[in-house]
Design a protein around this ligand. Sequence first.
Ligand SMILES: *Cc1c(COP(=O)(O)O)cnc(C)c1O
Length: 249
Amino acid sequence: MRDRSGRDDPGTKTRRETQVRRDEIAAGLAEVDERIAAACRAVGRDRGEVTLIAVTKTRPAEDVRILAELGVRDVGENRDQEAAPKAAELAGLPLTWHFVGQLQTNKARSVVAYADVIHSVDRVRLVEAISREAVRQGRNVGCLIQVALDDDPARGGARPADVPELADEVALAEGVWLGGVMAVAPLGEEPAKAFARLREVATLVQEQHPRATMVSAGMSGDLAEAIAHGATHVRVGTALLGRRKPFVR
Ligand SMILES: *Cc1c(COP(=O)(O)O)cnc(C)c1O
């Protein structure tokens, strides 16, 4: 049944609406790409060293499809309830799925089924749960150790002092590979200072695990500071796709 706007149902966008959204996303992508390129130039890094992860949480699958058509290959989600159906719907697209949110061990089974890389590994129990599920499902899942750059336990992350041991755990576990480290800049501190501490932790991890070169840091507001401090993966939502509804992380 069509309503007066010519839609088949209220959830289906008209071709014109889809085109408008595509233009918006293309503009956001061009702008973010230019910010990444400028941040690389500013510190003499090669643009190819930094991968953009489009954080698509709270966005419909259609936005992810548009991003894929525009050449984005890495997408990030932070809630399993939302990510699992989205990843299933878009399973045919050439996308690498990054899970960037805090993860409970009882969600490991679901997340391992679609996530290629989990950025929020911050405790041994979680490593064990991810490894067990990855082996059971025949998957090989990348794990980044999330580093807490402040003392707020609500935001997740391992204390810097605990990171090397956790990295060893991941490196020894089956069904997973150690990618490197991840962090979110704390509130109320200059991001550059926090990312400098992350770089120290990343360097320590790489001394023991030379292939664990990923440094996931930088979001819409602080991607340049992160790139200046060695980020290899920036996780960008708002600057690409617009503001999310309030109170949704
Ligand atoms: C939401 C989120 C992002 C993206 O944040 P923006 O400010 O919208 O770019 C990055 N990383 C994590 C862990 C997130 O939850």
